[in-house]
Ligand binder design. Structure first.
Ligand code: FES
Length: 580
């Protein structure tokens, strides 16, 4: 981990810089994530081992031997216990540092489950250490353990497994749900998240019943009894330590509460809402939460999504410089100097701000993250832009009724073609349609968009045949297609009547490709990105490059003169390529 010096801190003494670095939330978050992931891998293997209980105690013991070869040595145990200590301590540190507990439900559940787990886990760890002393006495490992657990602690054990797994899965979900690959991985992840603990439970039941049937007895040798007594004592000590840690947490939370109540405070003035008082060291997002001010925060204050961004209306001097996470996000969105991330800025003097991204949806006073996510998200899609050629000429020569019939027919047919290929119409304005395809599997989306173009060619042929006599010239369209990452946002006050619209550079580029069809005297231009994703047969396509305003590099594309001649790769290839 490199200790990067954030701008403005070059003049701080090395010790102060080191302290800031250690204190910075990004370092703590990284350590918490890695330690948690390490424990999760251990838990995954543990549950997978249990799942094999359906094949009998012998299989359980064989797999256990392999697993222990990996974990039960000085390195494995040090890493595991180290990860556990780091994860627990940083988790407690984070809880103790919270300025408010007005947090989303899933985050609250994660904290609560994390606090409960150690109480259930300690007897399990210590009991397992006892059982390890039985090995080599002709009992195997799992037989006596399952016999003991099955008769006395089956429910306790099942609850522990479910709780620990739930905590890990929820943590991974909260951390990774905004990553571009997450939607594709999600079905696979959900299958594991639900399936593995169920299989482990099945293995536990099967193994427990077998152990009871075989009447595996506790080894009651004097040495085993001595070990048990010793470990019983260790368990009591561990509970005592845990109790003290809990007490310490309560004391710290109370001190925090008193400091908030009676310590130094500053004023944050929100445009349109007025001033609020908060303790020093409170981030602006925390301040919004404390005072119930609607403030979107899709990534839950991790500094990645930028939805919490604010404009600083007062003097910028004296505000702490952006940390590395904030700097990277601000650079990514090209934010001017007076725009900051509310989740990262902790002002140390009075400040006036304006929340830049409004919270959409009806639940204005409720917790905001899930709401904001439902109303805006970034996704990989293929954008299709269709523009009706010479529309003014077409409609200018029509009587009102004929005009209405033509526009409605066009709208119906084009929207139907999009829906037939699982697309979503983002906007339609008489002669101009923008649609997007498949926000979860980009390859399939590209393929659907291209297939939709072929349908549009067919429907235009039919429409011209049926209405040709009443039209001054045949209906023709120009089409642009491009794939990439866009922002999908719901537009409209009420969710039921809102429309999902696509925004961003990829949409602008698809519009530019469509525009270029006029100057290039062709019907359709498909970007090479889409062509590759859809596995387009490119043998007879003309390679072109299109300049897009605001982009430094032109877009490489193919001009298609005959829409019906477009050929895509075999469906099976695409399905395989989509499989995570
Ligand atoms: S909440 Fe996502 S960047 Fe602040």
């Amino acid at each position: 981990m490199n200790m990067r010096v954030p701008p403005g801190e070059e003049t701080l003494p090395a010790r102060a810089r080191w302290r800031r670095w250690v204190d910075s939330t990004s370092v703590q978050r990284t350590l918490r994530l890695w330690s948690g992931t390490f424990i999760f891998v251990f838990l995954f293997m543990h549950l997978a081992n249990h799942a094999l209980g359906v094949f009998g105690l012998a299989v359980l013991d064989v797999v256990q031997t392999w697993r222990w070869a990996l974990w039960n040595n000085a390195v494995g145990l040090s890493l595991l216990y180290g990860a556990f200590a780091v994860h627990v301590l940083l988790g407690l540190w984070r809880i103790a540092g919270r300025k408010t507990f007005r947090i989303p439900l899933d985050e609250a559940l994660q904290i609560a489950s994390g606090l409960i787990i150690p109480f259930f886990l300690l007897p399990h760890i210590i009991g397992t250490r006892v059982a390890m002393t039985w090995e080599g006495q002709g009992h195997g490992f799992y037989g006596p353990v399952l016999a003991a657990l099955w008769s006395k602690k089956a429910l306790w054990q099942s609850f522990l497994v479910t709780l620990a797994w739930f905590h890990g899965v929820l943590g991974l979900y909260i951390t990774f749900r905004h990553r571009p690959w997450f939607p594709r991985f999600r079905p696979f992840g959900e299958a594991i998240a639900i399936g593995l603990p169920l299989l482990a439970l099945a293995g536990f039941i099967a193994g427990g019943r077998e152990a009871l049937h075989l009447q595996v007895a506790f080894p009651m040798s004097p040495q085993a009894m001595h070990n048990m007594l010793q470990l019983e004592f260790t368990l009591q000590l561990a509970y005592l330590g845990l109790g003290l840690l809990g007490l310490l947490l309560i004391v710290v939370l109370n001190i925090q509460f008193l400091r908030r109540k009676f310590g130094a405070r500053l004023t944050i003035t929100y445009r349109g809402r007025g001033p609020v008082k908060v303790p020093r060291g409170t981030s602006i997002l925390e301040s919004s939460r404390i005072h119930g001010i609607p403030h979107p925060a899709v990534c839950r204050g991790k500094g990645r999504c930028s939805t919490c961004r604010i404009q600083i209306l007062s003097d910028l001097d004296g505000l702490p410089e952006p940390n590395t996470v904030e700097r990277a996000t601000l650079d990514r969105i090209g934010a001017p100097p007076n725009v900051r991330l509310a989740c990262q800025v902790q002002p140390d003097r009075d400040v006036s701000v304006s929340i830049l991204v409004p919270l959409l949806g009806r639940a204005q006073d409720s917790e905001t993250s899930a709401e904001a996510e439902r109303w805006a998200a970034e996704r990989e899609v293929t954008i299709l832009v269709v523009d009706v050629r010479a529309f003014e000429v077409l409609v200018g020569a029509q009587q009102p009724y004929e005009l209405s019939a033509l526009v409605n027919r066009l709208a119906l047919e084009l929207e139907q073609a999009v829906h037939n290929h699982s697309g979503v119409v983002s906007s339609f304005e008489g002669d101009h349609l923008v649609a997007f395809f498949d926000a979860e599997r980009p390859r399939l989306g590209a393929r659907h968009a291209v297939a939709c173009v072929k349908d549009i060619a067919r429907l235009l042929k039919t429409l011209n045949r049926e209405m040709g006599g009443a039209l001054p010239l045949p209906v023709r369209v120009g089409i642009g297609i491009h794939s990439g990452r866009v922002t999908l946002a719901r537009v409209g006050e009420i969710e039921a009547r809102s429309r999902l619209m696509a925004f961003g550079e990829i949409v602008r580029s698809a519009v530019a490709l469509q525009d270029a069809t006029k100057s290039m005297l062709t019907d359709c231009i498909i970007s090479k990105t889409t062509a590759r994703l859809a596995q387009l047969d490119r043998a007879n396509l003309r390679s072109v490059t299109i300049d897009v305003e605001g982009l430094d590099v032109p877009i490489a594309a193919y001009a298609v003169s005959d829409l019906k001649a477009i050929k895509v790769g075999a469906r099976q290839d695409v399905a395989e390529a989509e499989t995570p």
